[in-house]
Ligand binder design. Structure first.
Ligand code: GUN
Length: 305
């Protein structure tokens, strides 16, 4: 069997098109432009790349982007004051504080200072609780993107056995809640799970979100199952040779061993080009959703959980 490749890059493009079309209508019919504020504290290079990409895509879909870059030694009080200002700003419908924060800042405190209605990351404790009780909430972007791809591939997920490997607050736990919301039978597996291969072999849907390169081999996968690979791991690729400075070139791999899993699975997301591009697309979708809710307008169809 050869798996269907779930093309996250193409899917993300369709999500962005839907967002852009809805944003254009909002502007025309209601005179409203959704706005996303992204806050970056410090100079973490990976975070800088993400923030640039978020700002660019926000503008490309017709929304306003407000970037706030703060020094690495910004005090908690100053950061909280900025969040308070953004909470009160009617032009800002979504607020994202890029993580990780420098060590002297309390991430939970900062995230929970965001107005839950503007919490487009879905990390605020209120949104976590709303999602856990099946109520309308802001949903974390990466799991939302995974859910969209699963719904698109399967139609209904009802009754399917799903195993989520990884129990992070950002991916594993909300992913499990979303799958439960779509009536899957859900198992959350993690580093202490006994006989992980057997647990994974039962699954119709495997979501790998542990951050360990290629840890899920093909012989853990039930024939025909769908593999959603959330991992983005950079590993040495000596087969690609060396750079000018003599260092070994690298490549990106997921948490699933792609070739062996693709040989058994019914469908699989590649790395790169699978889940990754969906995360920012869902951030844009969440910003639009937050804007519609703030203005009492109809929410976009197919872009929420
Ligand atoms: N850092 C890495 N991923 C994320 C994310 O999804 N949201 C935020 N706020 N920071 C991140």
């Amino acid at each position: 069997m050869s798996a269907t490749i779930i093309d996250g890059k193409a899917f993300a493009a369709t999500v962005r098109e839907k967002v852009a079309a809805h944003v254009a209508r909002l502007k025309d019919e209601n005179g409203i432009t959704p706005g996303l504020a992204v806050v970056l504290v410090g100079e973490d290079p990976a975070s800088q790349v993400y923030v640039r990409s978020k700002g660019k895509q926000t503008v490309e879909t017709g929304m306003n982007s407000y970037e706030h870059k703060l020094e690495a030694d910004t005090s908690e009080a100053d950061l909280l004051a900025l969040i308070d200002k953004l909470n009160k700003d009617p032009a800002v419908h979504g607020i994202l504080v890029q993580l990780p924060l420098p060590k002297h800042l309390d991430e939970d405190l900062v995230i929970n200072a965001i107005d839950p209605a503007k919490d487009v990351d879905g990390f605020h404790i209120s949104n976590v609780g709303l999602l856990g009780t099946g109520q309308k909430s802001m949903v974390p972007c990466t799991p939302l993107g995974c859910l969209m791809m699963l719904r698109d591939h399967h139609g209904s997920l009802s009754g399917l056995d799903a195993v989520v490997i990884g129990r992070s607050n950002i991916v594993g736990k909300p992913m499990a809640q979303l799958l439960l919301g779509d009536s899957c039978t859900v198992t959350i597996a993690h580093s202490r799970t006994k006989d992980l291969p057997e647990v994974v072999r039962r699954a119709d849907i495997v979501v790998a979100a542990v951050g360990r390169p290629e840890m899920v081999p093909g012989d853990w996968i039930k024939p025909g199952a769908t593999v959603i690979d959330v991992g983005i791991n950079r590993i040495d690729a000596p087969e690609k040779g060396t750079r000018e400075d003599g260092s070994v070139k690298t490549r990106l791999v997921g948490d699933a061993h792609y070739e062996s899993c693709a040989a058994v699975a019914g469908a699989i997301t590649p790395v790169p080009g699978g889940v990754g591009p969906m995360t920012i697309a869902c951030l844009l979708a969440n910003t639009l959703t937050a804007c519609c809710r703030a203005n009492g307008l109809e929410e976009p169809e197919g872009l929420t959980a």
